[in-house]
Design a protein around this ligand. Structure first.
Ligand code: 5GP
Length: 190
């Protein structure tokens, strides 16, 4: 997505060789028009995948996912990040490790908001090591539903996430793929 790549080059900041900060338009301040345009791209790519529901992970996945759900006219569900396990049988939960924050959290999905016959699109803001997306996919499959695709706003292609998702057979579509990060350096794959 050309508009996104130009915005990353203009406003993104590589904090290290692995972490990109995009606080001014995606993770803190949000450019709603850009989020809407992301929705157009996700809709175009996934329109023939038979998707019935879109899942994202709080909080930075919410804005682009809401815009996609709006354009695809589908329900959107936000997976919650909880610190400890809930043991009441009303939710699906799985532990996810965050390498960026060096912590574990429990990804939580209420059983009310997914059905076994759902074909689910998972959308997240970043793909790095793939732990968040794999956790979301585990919850979908625990519910008996199908992962119909994974949409990513910014993929850091030099990390192992895409490989892990493709190994599981998931169709991964990223709006921007970064090949290299460094001091004053952001390089895209294509
Ligand atoms: P993964 O689970 O693929 O290792 O990491 C994905 C999650 O970590 C995303 O949901 C995102 O919140 C966070 N993340 C990973 N890398 C970055 C990064 O370079 N910048 C920002 N802002 N978040 C990141």
């Amino acid at each position: 997505m050309r508009e996104l790549k130009e915005r990353i080059l203009k406003d993104g900041r590589a904090l290290s060789e692995t972490v990109l900060k995009v606080d001014s338009f995606l993770n803190h301040q949000v450019d709603a028009k850009l989020m809407y345009n992301m929705g157009t791209y996700f809709k175009e790519y996934f329109k023939n995948h038979g998707i019935t529901r879109i899942l994202t992970i709080e909080s930075s996945g919410i804005a682009p996912t809401a815009m996609t759900a709006l354009q695809m006219e589908l329900p959107m569900v936000t997976l919650k990040k909880q610190q400890s396990k809930i043991l009441n049988g009303e939710v699906y939960q799985t532990t996810v490790h965050s390498f960026t924050k060096v912590m574990d959290y429990e990804l939580t999905l209420s059983k009310k908001y997914i059905n076994a016959d759902d074909k689910v699109l998972i959308i997240d803001d970043f793909l790095a090591n793939g732990e968040a997306a794999l956790g979301a996919a585990r919850l979908v499959e625990e519910a008996g539903a199908t992962v119909a695709g994974i949409g990513i706003v910014i993929e850091k292609s030099f990390q192992v996430g895409r490989g892990k998702l493709e190994e599981k057979g998931y169709d991964v579509y990223s709006l921007a793929r970064i090949g290299k990060l460094g001091e004053n350096l952001i390089e895209f794959l294509d």
